[in-house]
Structure formats: C-alpha cells, structure tokens
Design a protein around this ligand. Structure first.
Ligand code: CO
Length: 219
C-alpha cells in the first residue's frame, strides 16, 4: 500500500516531471480552464478519467459517482452538467461506464441494500426498460456486460433530456453526447456510437423543454 506520507512525495515528483516536460506548466495550470470535454464516469478506482483518455489537467471536466448515473433530481450531477455546458461551453459530454461495475452488479441482485436502494433503483429501472433484450441473454456474464452498456445509453438519454443541453445544441450545434464503456481486461475504451441527433428526434415529443427542438431538427 502507498503510505499517506508517500502521496505528498509523489505529488512533488509529479510536479517536477510536469515542469520538466513543459516549463510553463504552472502558468497554464493556474489560468482559466477551457476543457472541451465533460466526463461522467464511475467512482471505481480502476477507471481514472484523465489517464485513460490521455488528457492533461485542464482538458476534461470530471464528475464521478457510483455506476455513472445521471439522475434528474441529483443536484450534484445536474449542477455539473449546467456549469459545463453554460459556462465552460464543452463540446462533448461523455458518459463512461465500465464492465465489472459493482454498482450494476448490485442492481442485478433483488435485495434490500439500505441507503443504496434509491440509487440502485435507477439501474433496476434501466433493466426494466430493456427487460426483453436482457432476459433473452442466457449467459449471466454477457447479460451483466449488456446491462453496463444499456445503463450508459440510458444516462446519455437522460443528459439529452436536459434543457441546458437542448438549448445549447439549438444555439451552437454543441455539445454532443457520447456513451463509452471501459474494459478492465483489455484497458480499451469502447464507443457505443450513440446517435445524438437520432436520440433528440426520438425524445422530442415528450422531452422537448425548449419548444424549438422539432423545428430545429427539421431544418
Ligand atoms: Co463501477
């Protein structure tokens, strides 16, 4: 285990390396941030956002929670999305799940998990939405993998349902929303190729919060 004191040594070593690579590192770090990406991922310690994307400090705005959920009444994630879209003007929003996600696994088990119940309910609801497809997968591990993917997909849809994303897209043509899954066994990111515009089309009848989405999409 890395000791507590070692962390501060690591920090100094990291800083020396960064300054070694780029003498202006601190000057750039202390300037305003202008990330093009908002990353919403799982809190799992094995999925470090900046590292797997190969991005430097300042290049990605990050929010992480158990099982990378975007819940409409979670003030935390909604504040992050609003700030990232309205003020940082990010061009891409990524939801990144990962196979072997403990949160998704827990939601596949019908059991009282105390304080986790309302959180995991979001994933149970994803299962219910896609029950026919999931129940048709007989291999339990494959069904688990697929639920990880469908959970990412539904969180992307949740982002597309927000007024801030719809308004910005109509005005600026960005952000677009992407769903990824990180594979712990291969170390690779998989793009689920979620069609942002098609999703906007599909949800607009019920979830257009701008009153202009239909017009905009048919232009
Ligand atoms: Co996870």
């Amino acid at each position: 285990m890395t000791t507590y004191a070692q962390i501060f040594e690591n920090n100094k070593k990291w800083l020396a390396e960064k300054i070694g690579e780029d003498a202006d590192f601190l000057k750039k770090l202390s300037r305003d941030q202008h990330p093009d990406y908002l990353y919403i991922g799982c809190s799992d310690s094995r999925v470090p956002a900046n590292e797997i994307m190969g991005l430097e400090p300042g290049e990605v705005f990050v929010h992480r929670n158990v099982a990378n959920l975007v819940n409409n009444i979670d003030l935390n994630v909604m504040s992050v999305i609003n700030y990232a879209v309205e003020h940082l003007k990010v061009k891409h929003i990524v939801v990144c799940g990962h196979y072997s996600c403990g949160g998704v696994k827990a939601a596949m088990t019908p059991k009282d998990m105390g304080i986790l119940n309302p959180w995991l309910r979001n994933i149970r609801d994803v299962y219910r939405l896609h029950q026919a497809e999931l129940d048709a997968i007989t291999d339990e591990h494959k069904r688990y993998d697929r639920l990880v993917e469908l959970n990412v997909q539904e969180q992307c849809v949740n982002i597309i349902k927000t007024a801030v994303v719809q308004k910005s897209y109509i005005a600026n043509n960005y952000p677009t929303v992407h769903g990824w899954v990180f594979d712990l066994e291969t170390g690779l990111l998989k793009d689920l190729n979620i069609d942002f515009v098609e999703t906007l089309h599909k949800i607009q009848k019920i979830y257009d919060l701008t009153g202009e989405l239909a017009n905009h999409l048919n232009k």
